[in-house]
Design a binder for this molecule. Structure first.
Ligand code: 1CP
Length: 355
């Protein structure tokens, strides 16, 4: 075993938690549920803690990041914590000039477009030393979580490249998709670097105590299947190679990725996260009926009247029964304006349906 003896999967704290069992392909008595973006802007206690503190600064203050991670677990009774951080944190820790601008998202001091800019980027690695605040935050969190597993996460190289090459959030990620065709050598160097930096970020979280992982390739849906396989899959596989020797399940998630489900599974994922556009029984068929699924309540329905939302959640749970195993989640992140009480109610409903 390549994990420290104090790791929750080694000392047994989380080994048989419903989430971990479902990720292994089993059907625990309780259907596990958690929410992407459960830590964050839908919670008043989060907004209070974040007052006057920048997003990335909050991520790098261990006590704060840990407390924010724990808030939704206490409030909703979800079956996992998701580490409070961001996919651009490993870029910042490797020395990239990136910030999260309120109301916009990740913005770079300078977009990475030319071979010389790629050279400069790939000359800065993510060191073990720079990872110290992440390790500390994970350790503090895991000590509080007890038998509830912590999910560590990272962004996939393509989604990181979508920010690095564009310099900011974009609709179709045109500059990134152009670079992969116009300058494939620079594209390869950029995405290999992103794979190693994001892979080190993920590995650091697992060694510090995370019991499962999720790789977010949120924007991969903008790619054709051919481009994904040729220009993106190799670097995603490389990112996951950083945790391949560790006994943790990997969930792989993207939006608008029905045409990529099998290709995204093939890079080394154990569980596929499914967005709200693809019914779970269809996703299960596409994956050959062998892959545990996570998803896929439509975030838009969180603001619908309860009977409408309840019928939808029941439908998701029933469709999820077609798969070998199922972890209930949203089909993308919690919208900031969501009433937190609705999330708590979903957790109670999903747990009651399992019994
Ligand atoms: O002002 C604020 O409060 C900042 C909002 C915010 C938060 C709470 C950002 C900016 N990031 C985060 C935390 C975060 N980001 C988490 C941990 C919390 C949790 O899930 O409970 C995670 C897992 C992420 C991952 C992330 N960041 C993704 C992948 C997930 C997804 O939603 O697809 C992406 C694409 C980002 C980039 C990012 N960071 C923040 C924003 C607003 C964005 C998206 C911008 C865009 O539209 O391109």
């Amino acid at each position: 075993m390549n994990l420290p003896s104090t790791h929750p999967l080694v000392d047994g704290r989380t080994t048989n938690a419903p989430l971990i069992r479902a990720f292994r392909g089993e059907r625990p008595e309780i259907t596990p549920v958690w929410f992407m973006r459960q830590a964050g802007r839908s919670l008043p206690e989060y907004l209070k803690l974040r007052e006057g503190i920048g997003m990335l600064d909050a991520c790098l203050r261990p006590e704060l990041a840990s407390e924010i991670t724990l808030q939704p677990v206490r409030r909703h009774g979800v079956d996992a914590g998701i580490f409070f951080s961001d996919i651009v944190i490993p870029l910042r820790l490797a020395g990239v000039d990136v910030d999260i601008v309120p109301g916009v998202g990740p913005v770079l001091g300078e977009a990475v477009r030319t071979p010389a800019q790629v050279d400069r980027l790939v000359s800065s690695p993510l060191t073990d030393e720079a990872m110290a605040p992440i390790r500390e935050a994970v350790a503090l969190t895991v000590a509080e979580l007890g038998s509830t597993p912590l999910i560590g996460f990272a962004g996939a190289p393509f989604t990181l490249a979508a920010y690095l090459v564009e310099g900011r959030p974009s609709r179709d990620h045109l500059a990134a998709r152009t670079m992969m065709h116009a300058d494939p050598a620079s594209w390869a160097r950029l995405t290999e670097w992103a794979a190693d930096v994001t892979g080190a970020f993920l590995r650091g979280q697992v060694l510090a105590g995370a019991s499962a992982t999720q790789l977010f390739d949120s924007w991969a849906g903008s790619l054709s299947r051919a481009d994904y396989i040729k220009h993106v899959a190799p670097s995603s596989e490389r990112a996951l190679s950083h945790v391949k020797d560790l006994p943790v399940s990997v969930v792989h998630f993207g939006t608008g990725t029905e045409h990529l489900l099998t290709a995204m599974h093939d890079v080394g994922a154990d569980v596929m996260g499914v967005d709200y556009r693809t019914p779970l029984d269809k996703a299960n068929r596409l994956l050959g009926g062998t892959v545990p699924l996570q998803g896929n309540i439509d975030p838009a329905l969180l603001a619908a009247p309860w009977p409408v939302l309840e019928a939808h959640v029941r439908d998701v749970v029933v469709r999820g029964r077609s798969a070998p195993a199922h972890v209930v989640n949203l089909g993308h992140g919690v919208p900031p304006e969501t009433d937190p009480a609705v999330l708590t109610k979903i957790v109670e409903l999903v747990h009651s349906l399992s019994a």
